[in-house]
Design a protein around this ligand. Structure first.
Ligand SMILES: [Ca+2]
Length: 307
């Protein structure tokens, strides 16, 4: 039986949200019930999501535009939507979208109590935290919240130095993560120190590029993103990393990722908040490892099913 899923995303410039959305749409083990957008120009992000859903043949999936700012109203780590070319997207138009709150409410009210929905957050947690603050009655319709966020262990950068424990989704709205951690639902955390190692190779990107119209659009989005990264980090080879696709895929392909029980807390001041493991922290299911080659192969295989 497939997994009922709501995807909450800051889709835009960073192509890994686009890959995660298309994967969640096309993967037979997932039944995508709704998409909501968060962070900055959420109407524009919703238009990007809508265009990709059209390309995947799933115009029926409701899309809601959510919070532009974190719960406390202060922008700590906003990520840009960036320019999305209207021609390669083939269908990106400015259109009005309903609210993330209404889309979440409708999707959860429609869910059967004996088949609760999993919510996958691959941006800041603002929408989901705000929603359940006003509709705690619908928590019973939630099986699990799985978030991409935080950095639980040190990781090595290409130059051998230690990577920063700062991560945008948690840093972008730490209050929302604290609210989320207070909810009585199971929470899975897929942190940056694991996702950083999962990339698409040149061959993987070529295979996606050759996969029909959707593949062409994703290839253009990947090229745009890599060009932008090259500008940010001259001298470092830019890569398409699978932070968000792993977060969604691990829900239905447990062989791809190792999870273990952990306890984490949100610590630090504005702009520096992060997750740390602590014996007094909130119990979570922490992702510790990924089979990066199998994950990339799954993405290529799944995206290539839509021609
Ligand atoms: Ca994201």
């Amino acid at each position: 039986m497939s997994l009922p899923l709501i995807l909450d995303t800051d889709i835009g410039l960073d192509v890994d949200d686009a890959i995660a959305l298309c994967f969640a749409t096309l993967e037979p083990r997932i039944e995508l019930r709704a998409v909501t957008t968060v962070n900055g120009d959420t109407q524009k992000r919703a238009s990007v999501a809508r265009a990709l859903l059209r390309l995947c043949g799933r115009e029926d999936v409701p899309v809601g535009a959510g919070a532009s700012l974190p719960l406390d109203g202060r922008a700590h780590a906003l990520m840009p939507v960036g320019h999305v070319d209207a021609d390669p997207m083939q269908g990106l138009v400015d259109e009005a979208h309903g609210s993330a709150h209404d889309v979440l409410a409708a999707a959860l009210e429609a869910a059967s109590p004996d088949r609760p929905v999993t919510i996958c957050t691959i941006g800041a947690a603002s929408n989901v935290a705000a929603f359940f603050a006003s509709r705690p009655d619908l928590l019973a319709r939630v099986a699990r919240i799985q978030m991409m966020g935080g950095c639980l262990r040190p990781w090595r950068q290409a130059d051998g130095s230690e990577g920063s424990p700062f991560e945008f989704n948690v840093g972008g709205d730490p209050l929302a993560v604290s609210v989320l951690f207070a909810l009585p639902v199971p929470i899975g955390v897929v942190p940056l120190d694991v996702t950083i190692g999962a990339c698409l190779s040149d061959d993987d990107r070529a295979a996606i590029r050759g996969a029909g119209r959707l593949g062409h659009v994703l290839a253009v989005l990947m090229d745009n993103f890599l060009a932008l990264l090259a500008g940010f980090m001259p001298g470092v080879e830019p890569k398409v990393r699978l932070h968000d696709p792993l977060t969604a895929a691990a829900l239905v392909h447990p062989e791809l990722a190792g999870f273990e029980a952990a306890r984490v807390s949100v610590v630090g001041g504005p702009g520096q908040c992060r997750l740390v493991e602590s014996p007094h922290g909130r119990p979570i299911d922490a992702c510790r490892s990924v089979d990066d080659k199998a994950l990339a192969a799954l993405m290529v295989r799944t995206l290539a099913t839509r021609r």
